[in-house]
Design a protein around this ligand. Structure first.
Ligand code: PEP
Length: 263
């Protein structure tokens, strides 16, 4: 269903009216985690200043450590909905458990499945039946073939509104969180008609890598990027070191407008 063999045209997916697909580079930006109404609104304004068309923000956080901030849950979803009302930005937010899909789908414009859940088949089937577009991150230990098969689980339930998101893969390198596999963009686009975006924030894990990796993503033909921004990253409850700050937004906006035009 997601293969390009029977569907040679590359697909465009619409999220709250915002297109993600060929001939555009969509910016999705916002806080890693929803922390407070003020922080989320400020981050959304930052995202808009950089030209974002969609707001990201996690209310259910899949943290490596059970002692780390796990997200605000439904309270976080309500904050996101209020910020959507205020800014007009449709929301992409993660769902980590099949049991929460209905709840998250009642607030979100796009459901995100994270790297750790790429092969959580019950979750994939549930988001496939939820009636919302899905962003499927590549598992950090998954091949491209496994990633596309995970997408197939969602598609099988009747939902072809899927955006593939390359996050990174585990290698021997420790200077970055993991290694961004830029080649996944043209490979996945050759094999599948689905749009492919990149997450330069979670892959690098460092603020100073985000803009170079964004350029790499656009250069490789990505259909979008998803980027963390935070008004006060030093106080962030989640992944502050990778969040762009106010001072970075001008350059991000420039990359998003100028760089695709140069290709
Ligand atoms: C996120 O985007 O908030 C997130 C937790 O992503 P990942 O699944 O890539 O860790």
């Amino acid at each position: 269903l997601v293969s390009r063999e029977n569907h040679p045209e590359r697909s465009t997916i619409h999220v709250g009216g915002v297109p993600i697909g060929p001939r555009t580079v969509t910016l999705i930006a916002g806080p890693c985690a929803v922390e407070t109404p003020e922080q989320t609104l400020e981050a959304a304004r930052m995202a808009q200043a950089a030209g974002a068309a969609l707001l990201r923000g996690g209310a259910f956080k899949p943290r490596t450590s059970p002692y780390a901030f796990q997200g605000l849950g439904e309270k976080g979803l309500r904050i996101l909905a209020d910020v959507r009302e205020e800014t007009g930005l449709p929301i992409a937010t993660e769902v980590v458990d099949a049991q929460d899909v209905e709840l998250v789908a009642s607030y979100a414009d796009m459901l995100q499945v994270g790297t750790r859940n790429m092969q959580n088949f019950a979750l994939l089937q549930a988001v496939g039946a939820a009636g919302r577009p899905v962003m499927l991150k590549r598992g950090m230990n998954a091949t491209i073939e496994e990633w596309l098969m995970a997408a197939e689980y969602i598609a099988q339930r009747g939902n072809l509104d899927i955006v593939l998101c390359e996050r990174d893969i585990r290698t021997f390198e420790t200077a970055t969180r993991n290694t961004l596999d830029v080649s996944a963009v043209p490979v996945a686009q050759r094999l599948s008609h689905l749009p492919v975006i990149i997450d330069p924030s979670h892959s690098g894990g460092h603020r100073d890598l985000v803009l170079p990796l964004t350029r790499a993503a656009i250069g490789a033909g990505a259909d979008g990027v998803i980027i963390d921004v935070h008004p006060q990253p030093e106080q962030a409850l989640c992944d502050g070191p990778q969040a762009l700050i106010d001072a970075d937004l001008g350059e991000l906006a420039q990359v998003m407008t100028d760089f695709p035009a140069l290709l």
